[in-house]
Design a protein around this ligand. Structure first.
Ligand code: NIG
Ligand code: FE
Length: 406
């Protein structure tokens, strides 16, 4: 809806005057709310808002929001939304006693997704991703980052990134793309990871950057995948092309990746299910954001990122879905909100800021979305009748959304 007047909003939630700095520590838990409010949308932009007593009389279509909350849509700063196949069979294998790692070693996991993606046409890949994106938007996501990483060779990585580019062009919400060539070592390079890294850094990225296909660069830095040396190479080659790093670290092991990413100026470090004291110290001393992925923790039954400790230590926290066919086959940030509160023990306000305002910083769209601010896109959630923000995580696994405006 490009032009609209929302009236009688029970609570207008997530107001900011500017978006100059991330929220951390005490401010992570601060959410500005206006009771009984109006909001004016013109050309899809938040033009004005205030108390109903000051509501302007305009020619705009009115939409009554009595008893309802209005808030910014979620920002999903970490997803793998473009993929070819579901992997429910791997879940079944896990339930029969195999570990994520054993399944990967047996040709499942990321390599399985890469094989399926190789066999799928670009058009089909786009059509499937487009359908998923529509569902994601309906569930309340108003900006999204999407990674490559199921190609693992130059043609297929570029195929994924071109699909993301078309999504960007046709989608009503902001999208950022991330090159994740270093997601897993392909079979052909099993005994020569260095050669694959050479390909990623010296052949893939130059072509990808040349066609402006990537906003960020990523790597899966984990035992059995890529090591600290690879992480350093990825961040440095990204720097060379002016592409910031957002990296997968500390999902299963902590071995210095957070320190390295923080000292080399990564935009965000994502996962962090396993944290050591030195990881906290590195984050405290940097401008890097921490991103928790509670849907992955739920699905794989691994620890939740210690979000409360991160907040206590004044580290800015974002929360994203990690939507992917292997470790988080859900894009539902309403559920992530519930888990952030019930499992990570965040207050509703802390979780809300992690899912909106801070997540916008984690994909550099904070000037466009992530809060109720004049000049930002009116990508908004209108809830069903509700008492307050806490109703969203309270009704976990449900959706309190009545409609979204993008
Ligand atoms: O973020 N950890 C690495 N990458 C994905 C999982 C990818 C997959 O299993 O397909 C993640 O969890
Ligand atoms: Fe991921």
């Amino acid at each position: 809806m490009n032009n609209l007047l929302l009236t009688n909003i029970k609570q207008l939630i997530g107001i900011t005057e500017n978006s100059n700095t991330v929220k951390k520590g005490k401010t992570q838990g601060e959410v500005q709310v206006l009771d009984n409010a109006y909001l004016v949308i013109r050309n899809g932009i938040i033009q004005d808002f205030g108390p109903m007593s000051e509501c302007p009389s305009t020619e705009l279509t009115h939409h009554d929001c009595s008893q309802k909350l209005v808030m910014p849509m979620y920002v999903d700063s970490h997803t793998h939304l473009v993929f070819a196949n579901s992997r429910g069979d791997e879940m079944k294998m896990r339930l029969h006693g195999k570990s994520y790692q054993e399944i990967a070693d047996a040709g499942g996991g990321i390599l399985n997704s890469a094989k399926k993606l190789h066999d799928m046409s670009e058009q089909q890949l786009y059509d499937d991703a487009h359908l998923r994106l529509e569902q994601v938007i309906k569930s309340g996501t108003g900006a999204i980052e999407i990674k490559s990483g199921y190609g693992l060779n130059i043609e297929d990585e570029m195929k994924m990134l071109r699909v993301i580019r078309v999504l960007k062009q046709l989608s009503p919400i902001p999208i950022k793309s991330t090159f994740l060539g270093a997601h897993a070592v392909p079979e052909e390079f099993k005994n020569n990871k260095a050669a694959y890294m050479y390909l990623v850094c010296n052949e893939m990225l130059p072509r990808i950057a040349g066609e402006n296909l990537a906003d960020f660069i990523d790597i899966f830095c984990e035992t059995g995948y890529f090591d600290l040396d690879d992480l350093k190479q990825i961040i440095e080659v990204g720097d060379k092309y002016g592409i910031k790093a957002k990296v997968h670290v500390n999902q299963f092991n902590s071995f210095g990746a957070v320190q390295l990413a923080c000292t080399h100026g990564a935009l965000s470090v994502d996962h962090l299910e396993v944290m050591k004291e030195e990881d906290y110290i590195a984050l405290e001393q940097s401008n890097t954001l921490a991103t928790a992925l509670p849907l992955c923790s739920l699905f794989l039954d691994i620890p939740y990122t210690p979000g409360k400790d991160l907040i206590k230590r004044n580290i800015p926290l974002a929360i994203a879905s990690d939507f992917n066919p292997g470790s988080a086959p859900s894009s539902n940030l309403n559920l992530a909100f519930g888990l952030a509160c019930s499992q990570m023990k965040l207050t509703p306000e802390e979780a809300f800021n992690a899912l909106t305002y801070n997540a916008a910083f984690a994909m550099e769209v904070q000037d466009e979305v992530g809060s109720i601010q004049i000049g930002k896109k009116a990508n908004l959630i209108i809830t069903k009748p509700a008492n307050g923000l806490e109703d969203i995580p309270y009704w976990f696994g449900e959706s309190l959304i009545s409609s979204v405006i993008v």
